[in-house]
Design a protein around this ligand. Structure first.
Ligand SMILES: Cc1cc2nc3c(=O)[nH]c(=O)nc-3n(C[C@H](O)[C@H](O)[C@H](O)COP(=O)(O)OP(=O)(O)OC[C@H]3O[C@@H](n4cnc5c(N)ncnc54)[C@H](O)[C@@H]3O)c2cc1C
Length: 381
């Protein structure tokens, strides 16, 4: 067993670190965060250098590298700035649905602009009164000529108001095959789609989110991903894979929050001593660093298994839960190291703390992640 990254992976991590250090200007980042603006310019430069969608094949504009390589970049970006890091990582949110289950035509049409940063991707599955029951969406797709008519509502859609396709999960309205789901690609300019951008939220303020109202929207058959009846399975598979990226985001946020607290502990003086010399602060730092190491180990293992044709959904879920909990706890502890100043808006640690709070919810909430793991362990008894 070899726990070291390869030379290439070390180089990728270093390059991502240098890029984030150079391009995520703290003043610009603060302004974007305050104004809730998307980091278009930074995304464009990251795309030009091949940092976005590293795991996408070269023929679609990616680097054809592994999920672990992608995780290393995401971790370093989120470490530098949680808001910009998440916005860049999630600019391709849902693109794997097209990559893994779409047709060649769909991949050729949609993936290259996403990887170039000219558009983003969105995935709409949540409905206000449906939660995470993926077996019965209220949004319906009814066969109509050479395609489908979609009706329904979707909620909390990442990148919902940015240019780019939205993959909409629907229930197939077909009496002959009840209970089947379809994933349909919807263009933002399609008639029948109303996009309502969402306002304030705790964290992830740079990322545009939207609610969708869909009325008699026509989607041609060529926009169906895979086959009828496969939507739920595709979504579950996507979320399994997404857990690795969520874990990488959380590990990066935890590390970034730790870095801030450590620096402050070395500088701040009280009672004539650096606060980092107090036993209580040292204990806290030791606990934080240990938590990050555990999160990183699980995250890398999940990614490594995926890259080595041995994907392990249980480990992916564990990685997401442990990393998300670490991010929140480490950010909280780091905020405490800053004392009262940690609670002040415009102090970066405050943003890390808010951003850390969402990783647990993305995809599925932590409670459901745990119930997935329990099912793997003990099944339904
Ligand atoms: C920042 C952010 C970005 C998001 N992006 C997207 C997106 O791009 N596309 C999209 O479709 N959705 C997106 N979502 C929605 C997200 O997937 C859901 O909010 C999340 O899955 C929880 O669903 P819910 O809000 O309906 O909560 P509920 O399902 O109502 O859950 C409420 C509480 O009940 C618990 N609970 C519910 N069911 C169970 C169960 N079976 N077992 C145990 N506990 C349970 C939950 O853990 C939670 O604590 C996003 C959410 C956030 C916050």
């Amino acid at each position: 067993m070899d726990f070291r990254l390869s030379k290439e992976q070390e180089d990728i991590k270093k390059a991502a670190r240098e890029f984030a250090g150079g391009e995520f200007d703290p003043d610009v980042a603060l302004e974007l965060e305050k104004e809730g603006q998307y980091p278009f310019e930074i995304l464009k430069r990251a795309c030009e250098l091949g940092f976005v969608g590293m795991h996408i094949p070269e023929e679609y504009g990616g680097q054809e590298l592994g999920i672990l390589d992608n995780a290393l970049v995401v971790e370093e970006f989120c470490r530098q700035n949680s808001g910009i890091g998440m916005a860049l990582a999630l600019s391709v949110f849902g693109a794997e649905m097209i990559l893994r289950f779409g047709s060649d035509d769909q991949r050729e049409k949609y993936l290259p602009p996403i990887i170039k940063g000219e558009s983003s991707s969105s995935l709409a599955y949540l409905e206000k009164d449906q939660g995470n029951d993926f077996t019965s969406f209220k949004t319906t797709a009814t066969r109509n000529g050479n395609g489908y008519l979609i009706n329904g509502n979707k909620s909390l859609v990442i990148n919902g108001s940015l240019p780019g396709p939205i993959i909409v999960l629907c229930q197939l309205a077909d009496n002959r095959r009840p209970g089947k789901q379809v994933a349909l690609i919807v263009e933002k300019h399609a008639n029948g789609l109303v996009i309502s951008p969402m306002g304030g939220r705790v964290g992830m303020r740079m990322l545009p989110m939207a609610d969708l109202t869909i009325s008699a929207l026509k989607a041609p058959h060529e926009n169906l991903i895979g086959d009828e009846g496969q939507g739920q399975g595709q979504l579950v598979n996507f979320l399994n894979e997404m857990n690795i990226e969520a874990a990488a985001m959380a590990t990066g946020i935890a590390q970034g929050a730790f870095d801030l607290g450590l620096t402050y502990a070395k500088q701040r003086e009280q009672f004539g001593r650096k606060i980092g010399s107090f036993e209580a602060i040292r204990d806290r730092l030791a606990d934080m660093d240990t938590q990050i190491e555990v999160a990183r180990l699980l995250t890398y293992r999940a990614a490594w298994q995926f890259d080595n044709n041995d994907p392990n959904p249980k480990i992916n879920y564990m990685a997401k839960i442990v990393s998300a909990e670490s991010a929140l706890e480490v950010a909280r502890d780091s905020l405490h190291i800053f004392g009262g100043y940690g609670y002040v808006v415009d102090n970066l640690i405050e943003q890390f703390y808010r951003d850390a709070s969402m990783v647990d919810i993305i995809g599925m909430p932590g409670e459901m992640d745990k119930s997935f793991i329990a099912n793997q362990i003990i099944g339904n008894i």
